[in-house]
Design a protein around this ligand. Structure first.
Ligand code: HAM
Length: 443
């Protein structure tokens, strides 16, 4: 009888353990190593460039009123129609997880009266975005964008600067890229072009997919970036937006291209580039990795353009603006393909602090912190006991010196410094360890 009891207990706890383990919501991501090595490298470069060009940092909230995105991005866009994480709060507010950064920056510009500051106001962000896209390689439901927005300046050099900055960040992290650029003019010239496009595609309606037939009705410009292979041929004959641009937009675009030439930004004109968000006017661009592999150069690493009408659409004064954002997760994927070693290298350490016994462990903890605070790259393993395995670890971490503290050293107020290459050892006053190591590092 007594022997059955523990078995029952074990059964009961096994049953308890059978709770399904927690899982990630589809398309959401934990960002783990080695991704952080790449992300940190991009972050450092992006932040440095943004600061050098005098952009100020902004972080907008992760939730905004749903109406902000509906008004700014456009009701008939894929983003608003299909991809927003929208919900009602307990208080009955209709909110949306930030799917992009431009509309929130526009909202913040109005809300904080930035119109009264010297123009343009230049802002940058590095933020998580959420889109209920179909998850696949390079397309996530949670992703990070680095973006710059210049609000309050209508000159074409601003457009060129945005494309330049996007390209410069990629170039600086070793990702060769090319800007695809187009102008979609003012809303008026675009409306005329839309009519011409609809008239053309109506004559080809029988050749359109069901999806494209819907686009023809709702958002005809999107026909130009249809994924249907049959469209490639149909597009060839379609009217091109450049022929419908008003004189002002045409002149503006020519100047943007001249600046890009001057700045040495590699670009290519793309008459079919229209972008998926309704707020754009005049210049639009996307940036792609340069690669022989067609799969690599398919997904844009970033996109941007001018959005002179956005602020007025969401309730501000008419304010010219232009910006871009880079999809950091896609840039990380590209860097990983090009340089898989980068993320797995752990930074070598100059010193390894080894310990023996309980007293030694306590002292090692203190010495490690003194070294760290003095800016010396140190490592230690407080959980390992055998000195042999600690020395192996010291070698692995590339340490030139090991500091060893055992019971005896603690009592004497000393520590041993071992030269890992020569195998020689010396005993020093434990208060002078930092000084001694600094001397050795300088030698
Ligand atoms: P966007 O083209 O929608 O533009 O996104 C910019 C970049 O974010 C894309 O080129 C891509 O690299 C990345 N991205 C977009 N969706 C996903 C996804 N599901 N998974 C991974 N990466 C993604 C904008 O968001 C505009 N706010 C850009 C802008 C700023 N225009 C003016 N200022």
């Amino acid at each position: 009888m007594t022997s059955k009891k523990p078995a029952k207990k074990a059964e009961a706890s096994a049953a308890k353990r059978k709770v399904a383990p927690p899982v990630l919501i589809r398309g959401m991501r934990d960002i783990l190593n080695p991704d952080w090595a790449y992300r940190d490298a991009i972050y450092d470069v992006a932040r440095g460039i943004a600061q050098d060009y005098e952009y100020e940092r902004i972080e907008t909230p992760v939730v905004e009123e749903t109406s902000l995105f509906v008004r700014a991005v456009g009701k008939a866009t894929d983003l608003v129609e299909k991809e927003m994480y929208s919900f009602e709060t307990a208080g009955g507010e209709k909110v949306t997880l930030r799917p992009e950064g431009t509309a929130p920056v526009g909202r913040a510009y109005i809300q904080h009266g930035m119109l009264n500051r010297p123009q343009p106001v230049r802002l940058w962000y590095w933020s998580q975005m959420y889109r209920h896209d179909r998850p696949q390689s390079g397309r996530y439901r949670q992703f990070t964008q680095f973006g710059c927005e210049s609000v309050g300046d209508k000159s074409p050099i601003v457009d060129a600067q945005q494309a330049f900055l996007a390209w410069k960040v990629l170039e600086s992290v070793g990702v060769p890229a090319i800007v695809h650029i187009n102008s979609i003019g003012t809303p008026e010239s675009r409306a005329n072009y839309k009519n011409a496009l609809v008239a053309y595609f109506r004559t080809k309606k029988h050749k359109l997919s069901e999806e494209d037939k819907k686009r023809l009705l709702k958002n005809p410009l999107r026909l130009l970036d249809s994924k249907d292979p049959a469209m490639d041929e149909l597009k060839q004959e379609a009217p091109q937006i450049v022929d419908w641009l008003d004189e002002e937009s045409k002149g503006h675009f020519m100047q943007v291209l001249e600046y890009l030439d001057e700045m040495g930004v590699p670009y290519q004109l793309d008459p079919y580039l229209v972008r998926g968000l309704d707020y754009y006017t005049k210049t639009v661009f996307e940036i792609f990795a340069v690669s022989e592999d067609p799969d690599v150069s398919k997904l844009a690493l970033g996109g941007g353009g001018r959005y002179d009408g956005l602020l007025e659409t969401i309730g501000g004064n008419p304010t010219p603006a232009c910006g871009f954002s880079l999809g950091i997760d896609r840039v990380v994927n590209r860097m990983k393909d090009m340089n898989p070693e980068f993320g797995s290298k752990s930074e070598p350490r100059d010193v390894f602090v080894a310990q023996l016994g309980d007293q030694g462990r306590k002292k090692a903890f203190v010495i490690f912190e003194e070294l760290r605070a003095a800016g010396i790259r140190a490592a230690c393993s407080l959980s390992k006991d055998a000195i042999k395995s600690q020395m192996e670890l010291a070698n692995k971490r590339g340490a030139k010196w090991a500091i060893i503290v055992g019971q005896k050293e603690v009592l004497d107020g000393t520590a041993i410094i071992r030269d890992m290459d020569a195998g020689t050892q010396e005993t020093v006053d434990s208060k002078k360890i930092v000084q001694e190591i600094q001397k050795k590092l300088k030698a």
